[in-house]
Design a protein around this ligand. Structure first.
Ligand code: 13P
Ligand code: SF4
Length: 308
């Protein structure tokens, strides 16, 4: 087996030879975040994918993110080093599900979270991320029904912020939905005065929101900005565990406490230095989207990138 140093050397050499860029989500393993050309949230990663001049995009993240990169870059090679890296939230919605929902709500605008398959995005009017969902829903014309999918907790946050009634799909992420208000309360008791950084996908957020009426919710990248700007010294990080590493790297001198060590996305952790190396070497794990789906999915993605 190669040592870590050999793997890192190999990745470096292959990255140059292939003219490749490595994009990593904030939930990736620390060693993967360290070798990435860019680390960020879903919105930031889509923006990087839209502007890269690389020939090969290695996506250290999950399948729907690599698909978005493929939709934005039809001429490029997009690699997901482990094709099993899916998403329980994206799995809750199919294209047929959206079509049936639209048929039952004629004239409605379909707003889907970025955590959806390309087939689903192709049926949507708007795509949003946690970083711009509120802004996009605010910009929609008045008096038109809004169908929001698939995350019911993000939807509750958007409805609360915008005051807009919405028809909401009953989907959730298994990692975030499992974070309980009791987990937040236990960390608050252990770290009095710590500031909460809560992701809108959290099931706990609706309960926590009730107790803290002016609580802000943040996309993963929003958490970095908030931690940099806040006067607080300690933060309770209410999202997936990998976020703690990103915050520690980006905001030295402050303390970041994970809400629960069990809040770990096994899909995100499927990407390793080994499979990044092998996919760069073999150009394996290619992700592509059929052209008819791609052109229809591009419109809502471009709207998402433009706003927020
Ligand atoms: P953001 O990084 O866009 O906040 O999304 C989190 C997430 O769960 C991605 O799967
Ligand atoms: Fe999907 Fe949840 Fe994992 Fe994000 S943390 S990739 S929403 S399963």
């Amino acid at each position: 087996l190669p040592t870590e140093a050999e793997l890192l050397d190999g990745i470096e050499r292959l990255r140059r030879e292939r003219n490749a860029v490595i994009l990593a989500h904030n939930y990736q393993r620390p060693e993967v975040q360290q070798i990435a050309d860019f680390v960020g949230d879903s919105l930031g990663l889509a923006r990087q994918a839209a502007r890269t001049s690389a020939d090969v995009i290695v996506f250290a993240g999950v399948h729907f993110m690599a698909e978005s990169a493929a939709i934005l870059n039809p001429g490029k090679t997009v690699l997901l080093p482990d094709l099993r890296a899916g998403c329980s939230l994206a799995d809750t919605l199919t294209a047929q599900g959206v079509r049936d929902w639209k048929a039952a709500n004629p004239g409605g605008l379909v707003v889907v979270y970025v955590n959806t398959t390309a087939d689903v995005k192709a049926e949507a009017d708007y795509c949003v991320t946690s970083g711009n969902a509120v802004q996009i829903v605010r910009s929609l014309p008045e008096g038109v029904p809004v169908l929001f999918a698939p995350d019911k907790y993000l939807a509750a946050h958007v409805a609360r912020e915008t005051g807009r009634p919405m028809d909401i799909w009953d989907g959730a992420c298994h990692v975030h939905a499992a974070i309980r208000p009791e987990d937040v309360a236990a960390q608050q008791a252990a770290h009095p005065g710590a500031e909460l950084l809560v992701h809108p996908e959290c099931g706990c957020s609706t309960r926590v929101l009730r107790d803290v009426p002016d609580l802000q919710l943040y996309s993963t990248e929003g958490m970095v900005t908030r931690a940099q700007q806040s006067d607080a010294e300690t933060f309770i990080v209410v999202t997936e565990l990998g976020m703690v590493h990103r915050l520690e790297r980006e905001v030295p001198g402050k303390a970041f406490v994970p809400v629960a060590r069990t809040a770990c996305c096994e899909y995100m952790k499927m990407i390793t230095l080994e499979n990044i190396h092998d996919s760069l070497r073999d150009l394996s794990g290619r992700v592509s989207v059929p052209e008819d789906v791609r052109v229809r999915a591009l419109r809502p993605i471009e709207r998402m990138i433009a706003i927020g």
